[in-house]
Design a protein around this ligand. Structure first.
Ligand code: APR
Length: 320
């Protein structure tokens, strides 16, 4: 039997997720949205591309949570995206209410699912989702680090004229302006970025510029699109997490995961490298941070904690 993947939110990211999952034949797809026609229309459109693409999975649309019952994976993009000039944090009030509804919809119908959250502000929304749903923490993760790392890799590949596949990279911390791109963990053909700076292959100021552009990568797209935010790269990143779980690939991927003492923090979600296997988050990989990386990581966690406090002010039940 095919695996079942439910996508809560059939907007820009949801539709792209459905298409990618179908092409990769990861499983049957249920597209859920409060806008029923949107979910059904996109499902039918993608299904009709199977005659060309040749994939053999079912794709359906719905606005009834019963149809998502017993999902193996749930990917959540329900919520509003940013408008130009907005930060991800500005979405908190609206998306927190939406995530509560989503949680009520999935917690009894798919209690064993691996849940990947993409809705922003990511770290706080994924934490709220875990608290509302009471799913075990290793089954609830947020997608951000893969996207941020992918943006970083892309900018570096353009600058260094190296194919992106020769670049390994890591971005840690929260999915916001305080995210922490890690030059020491970034390797181009097995040389670290620091070595490349020392060899004058890239200047320090250029690297700083690329780090700043990575941090603002989402806002740059929001400004260009004028309506809505990035969706191709976020969807591709979410699919990589789902695939590692469904196929037990045990990939180490930067994700927003629940910290229980790792990196010196407890009871908070933040972007760290995790091994995703059929168990969900199998392990959090603790890499050694130098002084300045630790400082940046701490600043990022502080920003996530502060935003979570704003969430608690909106909904005090989140402390339970
Ligand atoms: N339940 C289910 N779906 C909902 C709900 C709800 N309570 N509320 C809104 N939606 C749906 C909308 O109808 C819309 O189709 O969520 C969908 C969101 O799609 P888009 O507006 O196209 O947004 P998208 O670009 O996909 O981004 C979704 O992910 O990256 C984040 O910041 C982004 O928070 C945003 C989310």
């Amino acid at each position: 039997m095919n695996k079942k993947i439910s996508l809560i939110g059939a907007g820009q990211i949801g539709g792209t997720l459905a298409h990618l999952i179908a092409i990769k034949e990861l499983g049957d797809v249920v597209l859920f949205d409060v806008a029923e026609g949107l979910a059904k229309g996109k499902a039918l459109d993608i299904a009709q591309s199977s005659g060309v693409s040749g994939f053999n999975v079912n794709i359906t649309g719905t606005s009834n949570y019963n149809d998502t019952k017993n999902s193996d994976v749930i990917i959540i993009t329900a919520g509003v995206p940013r408008k130009p000039g907005m930060s991800r944090d500005d979405l908190l009030g609206t998306n927190l209410k939406i995530i509560k509804q989503v949680s009520d919809g999935i917690k009894d119908t798919s209690p064993n699912a691996f849940v990947i959250c993409i809705t922003n502000p990511l770290d706080v929304i994924v934490m709220a989702l875990q608290k509302y749903s009471k799913f075990s923490t290793n089954k609830v993760v947020g997608m951000a680090g893969i996207l941020d790392s992918s943006r970083f890799k892309y900018f570096l590949s353009r600058e260094l004229k190296e194919p992106v596949k020769n670049i390994e990279s890591l971005v840690l911390g929260g999915h916001g302006d305080t995210m922490v791109p890690m030059p020491k963990q970034t390797k181009i053909n097995n040389k670290t970025l620091i070595e490349l700076v020392n060899e004058n292959k890239i200047s320090k100021s250029k690297l700083e510029e690329i780090i700043a552009r990575t941090r603002k990568g989402g806002a740059e797209i929001v400004k260009l699109l004028e309506k809505g935010s990035a969706f191709y790269a976020p969807a591709a990143s979410g699919v990589e997490m789902a695939e590692s779980y469904l196929k037990d690939l045990k990939k180490t991927l930067p994700c927003a995961a629940y910290l229980n003492g790792e990196y010196g923090y407890k009871n908070i979600y933040a972007g760290v490298p995790v091994v995703i296997s059929k168990k969900g988050v199998e392990k959090i990989v603790e890499i050694e941070l130098d002084k300045s990386e630790k400082l940046n990581f701490d600043t990022s966690i502080k920003a996530v904690k502060e935003l979570f406090q704003s969430a608690v002010k909106i909904d005090p039940t989140l402390t339970k």
